[in-house]
Ligand binder design. Structure first.
Ligand code: SAM
Length: 305
């Protein structure tokens, strides 16, 4: 069993900060600023009261963020990464979980750092998309890593019934045994650790979820899966890199409290408009978002003689 001791609070805890944006029912707060400076000044972070963290940091790929400079020297980027990870670890409850969305070039360093801090890996998931940047000199990137760690594997929150999808056995092979399960789970299973399919593509072009000026938006269904699996209604979800607001918009739709930080004033303003005026496009609005992820056509069923 792996547990992580919470560091004792230092006597000089910085003064609590006022949120830049705040809404009630459920409590939703966005703070504008550098997460490394802002997070220690949020009371729930200082007290270690966060249930679930989702972090989708800048990748240091020289992306044109409106304010953040996305091209640090490598060692500075790794130090930045370790700094925000440590703040997140301190913010989590003993039963809490953290997810990090990160590409190939920094996934290994993050895994090593989290393990080194005593967290336990639960899953190393892959978000697979079909619309990668075209390349001819090497294989085309078509994935990001979704790293799922917890503080205490014996006491983490895990709500499998909330995220079941139709199983291949039911949709493709028509295996009658899959219908013998307990009520509500017949023909269903927990999704596999490679995530793809309807509504799971990159948010580009005329995608209904797309927000202007954001080319790093994550699909709502991704956050829906993470938030439903690892928290309950009323729990506190945190995202240090709010961006276009995908985490808070889904958290709010699912009745979770939320705190988050965003470096760019313009991104935070746009995210707040999405959170308070637009809401989710798919989650709880659309057809069920937990589609089957089967890749083969249904097998023809043989008629009994
Ligand atoms: C990859 S985007 C997040 C996208 C988000 N997951 C979404 O679905 O829209 C990263 C965001 O982090 C912000 N950011 C970069 N460095 C930051 C820092 N030190 N503190 C807070 N936010 C930061 C950037 O301005 C950008 O909006």
């Amino acid at each position: 069993m792996s547990t992580v001791e919470r560091k004792p609070k230092k006597s000089g805890t910085p003064k609590a900060l006022k949120p830049t944006y705040q809404a009630k029912n459920p409590d939703t707060r966005v703070y504008v600023g550098d997460c490394r400076e802002v997070l220690p000044r949020i009371p729930e972070v200082a007290a270690g009261e966060v249930d679930l963290i989702f972090a989708d940091p800048p990748f240091n790929w020289n992306r044109a963020y409106d304010e953040w400079k996305d091209s640090m020297p490598r060692e500075d980027y790794l130090q930045f990464t370790r700094d925000w990870l440590d703040l997140c670890i301190g913010a989590l409850k003993p039963s809490g979980s953290i997810w990090v969305n990160i590409p190939d070039d920094s996934a290994a360093e993050i895994v090593m750092h989290l393990k080194g801090r005593g967290l336990a890996m639960v899953n190393w998931c892959i978000w697979h998309y079909r619309f990668g940047q075209n390349t001819t000199g090497r294989f085309i990137n078509s994935k990001v890593h979704a790293l799922y760690f917890c503080k205490n594997p014996e006491h983490r929150q895990w709500h499998a019934d909330e995220i079941l999808e139709a199983s291949d056995r039911a949709t493709t092979y028509f295996d009658p045994r899959t219908h013998n399960k307990k009520a509500g789970t017949a023909g269903k299973r927990v999704p596999m650790d490679v995530w793809y399919g309807k509504h799971w593509g990159r948010i580009q072009g005329n995608n209904a979820e797309r927000r202007h000026y954001h080319d790093n938006q994550i699909p709502e269904v991704y956050l829906e899966r993470v938030i439903r699996a690892c928290s309950r209604e009323g729990d506190l979800v945190m995202d240090p890199f709010v961006g276009s607001g995908t985490t808070p918009v889904v958290a709010r739709e699912l009745n979770r409290r939320f705190i988050g930080t965003e470096f760019s004033k313009q991104n935070a303003e746009s995210a707040w408009e999405r959170i308070t005026e637009i809401g989710c496009v798919r989650v709880k609005r659309d057809e069920p978002t937990q589609h089957a992820s089967a890749i083969f056509q249904p097998r023809p069923t043989r008629s009994k003689k």
